[in-house]
Design a protein around this ligand. Sequence first.
Ligand code: SF4
Ligand code: SF4
Ligand code: SF4
Ligand code: FES
Length: 523
Amino acid sequence: MIRIVINGQDVQAYEKETVLEASRRHHIHIPTLCYLKDINAIGACRMCLIEIEGRERLATACNCIVEEGMVIYTDSPKVRSTRKTNAELLLSQHNCECAFCVQSGNCALQHIANDLNILKVPYDKRVKKEPWYQGYPFIKDSDKCIKCMRCVQVCEKIQGLHVWDILNTGARTTVDVSENRRIEDSDCSLCGQCIAYCPVGALRERDDTDYVWKSIDDKEKITIIQASASMLSAWGEELGFERSQKTINKMIGVLRKIGFDHVVNTDAAYDWMLAEEQREFLKRLKQQEHMPMLASSCPSWVQFVKAHYPQMTENLSALKSPQQIMGAIVKTQYARQFSIESQQIVSVSLMPCIAKKYEADLAVMGDAKIGQDVDAVLTIREITHMMRTCHIDIEHMEESVFDVLSGFSSGTAEERAELGDVLSAYNGRPWKEAEFDFYGRKIRIAVATGLSDAAKLMDAVLHQEAVYDFIKVMACPEGCLESVKKISVDDRIKDFVFSLSKELLHTDHEAWDMPCDGYIFRN
Ligand code: SF4
Ligand code: SF4
Ligand code: SF4
Ligand code: FES
């Protein structure tokens, strides 16, 4: 251990630890903006300034390694005034329209400006707005970018992509799409990770609430929203709810109160997708066609395969994701059940990621007869704004339940049994794998989360260093929240294995009774 002194307090630090890490462990607060543990410690924002006895220049705590006997001040007069000047300079290059910014209340820059009691900025405003395609599922407001580089590093280090870069030098430095491309021409897979880590409101999802309000207010339209219990924790977090208020029945009640005519459960479509996925897999296995089969429920992953492994496009499952399947069910089965025209229905979904907005917009996700399977995708942030617009008193409102679709489970299928030994075959690779015996045939599955690890998996397959029959990838490093029962990698493998049955092996694929008039395939 190394002994240092911070603000007069003796602190034990680990070797090679930064001053910031040591301070955090001892509950000494140092403000940060650009720092992201293990991803971004480049000293860009200069908010984490510290003064070290015996040194003329101030240092940045996020990348200053501790040394024996260091005496550090995190809030000395020199630190305070320089930090304030740095924050004022940042604000002079920032469009401070907090009143209508999605990040307001949850913005690191806003917090710092408040903490430092900045009431005016004594520098000329230098704010530049670059053009951005407003139809893209996420929006960049360049006049809010503080050039912290988090997006650059997150995209590169977590997803192995290089969508963002630093362009120009000196006062003209900006963070923009690399190689001077437009975002729609880049290889962005719409995983949304850069949005999640942007400390200000420079990156945000496209707002589709106006369109949804219009449909709700249109008496000729039936507006149906699909949701799943997996969204509960994100929803509770956005609203700062206690655990007791975070129930699915409350959430359904809120959706009805906002004005949606029907609320259906995405999990019912997940079950359909699983069953159909097994049939497709077994058909391919028997015919040894386009193996390994690549699951297709994560649109970010599908986009990634098409952009980076075009030779594997045929290996992608032909199935749509649960969101799209439920959208098609709503426009067909539901329309029949309630004797309404597909065209009258506006199908909305509540989803955890922007890749779902992109997926819903694809031309192949619908046709002239029913229109798009899903007409609008809302994120938790958007639905929370809709709820606030209606001033819903969540504590005193009625709970509700999902609508029941005839011929479909309510999406509350029982948990599957424990898998026991099947999952024992994990190796030291950055993805998980399992191997099991299926009526005399060895089946090998690999599951990866995060596109950087997915690329390693695909490279191993292409170089024949690994052989699999089925590959599942979820672009988000933490896995997908689309369906409540399937969050973890282990659960995803369990679902796959337990859905495989001998009966399926001997069933003719074409004989299967398709839900929603067969609108479950991507094309
Ligand atoms: S990013 Fe933060 S500081 Fe900037 S306008 Fe939004 S809330 Fe205000
Ligand atoms: S877009 Fe956001 S994350 Fe990227 S550099 Fe700008 S402020 Fe940082
Ligand atoms: S959405 Fe994902 S892939 Fe696209 S730029 Fe952001 S981090 Fe990179
Ligand atoms: S957090 Fe250390 S320089 Fe930005």
